[in-house]
Design a binder for this molecule. Structure first.
Ligand code: SF4
Length: 303
């Protein structure tokens, strides 16, 4: 990103690692932004990232560097914690760059927040859909308003549902990430039950569950250290997800929980594989192992 005498030095990726949703591992990862426009969630390690929006010249240079290696890929994922927050003119430019350097890629996906969706007009969302935006990956984290408020997520569930309705109407798919254990011991039952209710009402295309980790550089870590938040054990976390799964009534949704007991991944399609998923969860709940302990503190942050 260094700029000297009209010369811009650009690397394809800024960090040592890139973080893609589990579903986007075959997509072309195109970095358009760093950091998150919200950056207040108490549990989030990414919230510490400084925010930076790459200029279109920088995005084009990154695309040019990636293009020779990505000729067999048909989908682009816009890297950055919530790229949908970028102004429509900028996103229009990004779509043009994608069309120029990746003419074989006809689908685009990105991370987004619900409020990013609500801040775009219907015309802007339609324009993005017309130019290839097929899916947004949204961090729902919980369908329980008290959990969201405690974690300073900045989501009102009523507005979140409106955002889902807008996306359904325009034909842009949406995937949710949710966090098992985010309510701690105090709110676990409501986290399971009210998240299931929200998922049933919103009907996402896919759900990716990950387990809560207490990153040392987050406010939640400090709160837990002072006794204001009690983590679930691995087994309690799985029990919570089992409770949620039992209540799901989804019409057509892929489900993955990639942190079951810290050791396993459970995945399947709903509604047809719901019973199989529940059986797998019951089997693992009865498994012996060090699963009545809380997950360990990560040794280092994402960066
Ligand atoms: S959880 Fe998402 S919205 Fe919240 S600070 Fe982290 S990246 Fe931003």
């Amino acid at each position: 990103m260094a700029e000297q005498q009209g010369y811009i030095e650009v690397r394809p990726f800024t960090g040592e690692e890139i973080y893609l949703p589990i579903w986007e591992e075959e997509s072309i990862p195109l970095e358009v932004q760093l950091g998150c426009a919200w950056h207040r969630c108490k549990f989030c390690d990414f919230a510490n990232d400084p925010r930076y929006v790459f200029s279109l010249a920088e995005v084009a240079a990154k695309a040019q560097m990636l293009a020779p290696y990505m000729k067999d890929r048909s989908r682009v994922f816009l890297l950055g914690e919530n790229a949908l927050t970028l102004p429509i003119d900028h996103l229009r430019g990004v779509m043009e760059i994608i069309g120029y350097f990746f003419p074989h890629a006809f689908e685009v996906a990105t991370y987004a927040r619900f409020d990013d969706v609500m801040k775009k007009s219907a015309d802007e969302l339609e324009e993005l859909a017309d130019s290839g935006l097929r899916e947004v990956h949204i961090g729902l984290e919980s369908g329980c308003q008290d959990v969201l408020d405690f974690m300073r997520k900045g989501i009102r569930l009523k507005e979140a549902l409106e955002a889902c309705e807008r996306l359904h109407a325009i034909g842009i798919d949406f995937t949710f990430t949710m966090i098992a254990g985010l309510g701690g011991t105090q709110l676990t039952e409501r986290h399971a039950h009210e998240t299931a209710q929200f998922l049933n009402a919103s009907q996402p295309k896919r759900i990716w569950v990950t387990g809560l980790l207490l990153w040392p550089n987050t406010p939640l870590f400090q709160i837990a250290h002072e006794g204001g938040f009690e983590q679930l054990t691995f087994r309690q976390r799985l029990h919570e997800m089992r409770e949620m799964m039992a209540e799901l009534q989804l019409n057509d949704c892929a489900f993955v929980d990639s942190t079951v007991l810290g050791d396993y991944t459970i995945q399947g399609h709903l509604p047809d594989q719901k019973d199989d998923i529940l059986k797998a969860m019951d089997h693992l709940l009865a498994t012996d192992g060090p699963y009545d302990e809380v997950p360990p503190i990560p040794k280092k942050s994402h960066r």
